[in-house]
Each structure stands twice: as structure tokens, then as C-alpha cells.
Design a protein around this ligand. Structure first.
Ligand SMILES: [Zn+2]
Length: 132
């Protein structure tokens, strides 16, 4: 294990639900319209204090992607994933960006998002125009 350097963010911070490690800023949100298996997920252009796991091919609703799970450096829990590569041209904008699963992080006001049972299942990352 190396030494643990934690980056502190200032502003509207999304942090790990378990250990409050800072993960991302609201300013870095690209889209809030993503879904994961557990509900809402946000696409960020930049995320800090995470370790990136092994790359793997994953078939999503929008096509095949190369992704890596990302883990909180504070507690090691999975907080989302990184898009390493997209095969579909229309999905290329996601490359190098990060998904944080909303229920795994605390919002800027300390709010938690709880899993609801009305979200559809299936690991979709489709943009959803009907966001409430
Ligand atoms: Zn953590």
C-alpha cells in the first residue's frame, strides 16, 4: 500500500457515503440523466480520490463500452465506473469520464439518495429525458 493522499475539494461536493471522502464537484457534472442498476447515476468530467479497477468490456443499453470500476480510496467501496472507450461514435463523449452512482454518494447538501423500487432494472446507462 502506498501513502494515502486525499484531495480536498471546495464548493458543492459529492462525497463517499461511507467515509465522506471528497469525490467530485457539482461543477463537474456532465449529465444527471444516467441510470445504473440501482437508480440514478451522474456523469462527471472529473473525479478525485478514486482508484480505477481492471478494464473490461461491458455491454450497455447504448452499446459496447470498455469500462473500469472506480473505488473510493478512503474505504474501498465501489462508487461507480469510468468509461475508458466507447465503440459507438455517438457515445464517444463519455470516454475518460466517470459515473458516480447516486445512492453511493452524499450530495452537496449532505443529502442521501435512497434506492427506490420504481426505477427500472437492468444496468442501463441510457440518457433519460423524463428526469423528475
Ligand atoms: Zn469511502
Amino acid at each position: 500500500m502506498g501513502r494515502l493522499f486525499l484531495i480536498s475539494l471546495e464548493g458543492k461536493i459529492y462525497s463517499c457515503k461511507h467515509c465522506q471522502t471528497h469525490l467530485a464537484l457539482a461543477d463537474n457534472i456532465v449529465s444527471k440523466a444516467f441510470h445504473c442498476r440501482h437508480g440514478k447515476a451522474y456523469l462527471f468530467s472529473k473525479v478525485v480520490n478514486v482508484t480505477v479497477g481492471i478494464k473490461e468490456e461491458r455491454l450497455m443499453m447504448t452499446g459496447m463500452h470498455t469500462v473500469s470500476d472506480i473505488f473510493c480510496v478512503g474505504c474501498g467501496s465501489i462508487v461507480g465506473w469510468k468509461y475508458e472507450a466507447a465503440y459507438d461514435k455517438a457515445q464517444k463523449y463519455k470516454e475518460g469520464k466517470f459515473i458516480l452512482e447516486r445512492f453511493k454518494v452524499s450530495g452537496p447538501d449532505g443529502s442521501h439518495y435512497w434506492v427506490t423500487h420504481d426505477t427500472h432494472m437492468g444496468g442501463s446507462d441510457v440518457d433519460d429525458a423524463n428526469e423528475s
